[in-house]
Design a protein around this ligand. Structure first.
Ligand code: CMP
Length: 224
């Protein structure tokens, strides 16, 4: 039963679109499905790696922290994405922690099984490479944001990155706590609160029920 369920979940994962039925069977037998509530660490920065992970539902943050406990959020992983591949590839310790932002379902695939699959499937290697290139592009954009934009621009950048267009409106659907925005842009929570208030008063953002936000197009002017 668990095996068939694992297979059904894995079949929907874009990373695994190219594998055949036999490989899917092997993978389903070698993977474990888990659910963590909000705030749990799936991968801990600096630890040795055992597994690759695929997020089936929910969102998780990729975070690094210094010796004083100051934290920076590098990225947010969403459903369908994989993580934990870096240290499996270079055998170095985990480059960052991955922590659930809400209840998350995920699959853990052991290192050996994942490596075997990569060696068997050029399509899977290609998919992983594309994923890593996309992350590098995002990281480049982040460096640019931090180096060139003021704090209004940085907040605008995060809001636009998390937005989608629904019925012609630019909407941030999930609640984005000020503390999380602060950790993405290297500012204090108080500063982010001040900036958000300013954006609201000047009509760049419109708060909606349940933490949603509507962004007005003119918010893009902060990016130049
Ligand atoms: P690994 O180093 O094994 O463990 C932490 C994981 O976080 C890492 O693999 C990647 O999957 C992910 N990760 C690290 N840095 C980034 C980033 N800048 N953007 C997205 N994901 C990242």
């Amino acid at each position: 039963m668990a095996h068939e369920q694992n297979k059904a979940f894995l079949r929907r994962v874009p990373l695994l679109a190219s594998i055949n039925e036999l490989q899917l069977d092997q993978l389903a037998a070698a993977s474990v499905r888990k659910n963590y509530p909000r705030g749990r660490t799936i991968v801990a920065e600096g630890e040795p790696s055992q597994s690759l992970y695929i997020l089936l539902s929910g969102r998780a943050k990729v975070q690094r922290s210094d010796s004083e406990g100051k934290e920076v959020i590098l990225a947010v992983i969403t459903a369908g994405e994989f993580f934990g591949e870096m240290s499996l590839i270079d055998d170095a310790p985990r480059s960052a922690s991955v922590i659930t932002l809400e209840s998350c379902d995920f699959m853990a695939i052991t290192k050996d099984v994942f490596k075997d699959m990569l060696f068997q499937s050029p399509e899977m290697c290609w998919f992983i490479m594309r994923g890593m290139v996309r992350r590098l592009r995002d990281a480049d954009k982040k460096i640019e944001t931090l180096a060139l934009l003021d704090v209004y621009g940085r907040v605008a950048r995060v809001l636009l990155d998390f937005s989608e267009t629904i019925d012609g409106e630019i909407v941030v659907k999930s609640r984005l706590p000020r503390q999380e925005i602060a950790k993405m842009i290297g500012a204090s929570r108080e500063m982010v609160s001040r900036v958000m208030k300013g954006l609201e008063i000047d009509g760049y953002i419109v708060p909606m029920p349940e933490g949603k936000l509507v962004l007005r197009e003119k918010i893009s002017s902060y990016l130049s």
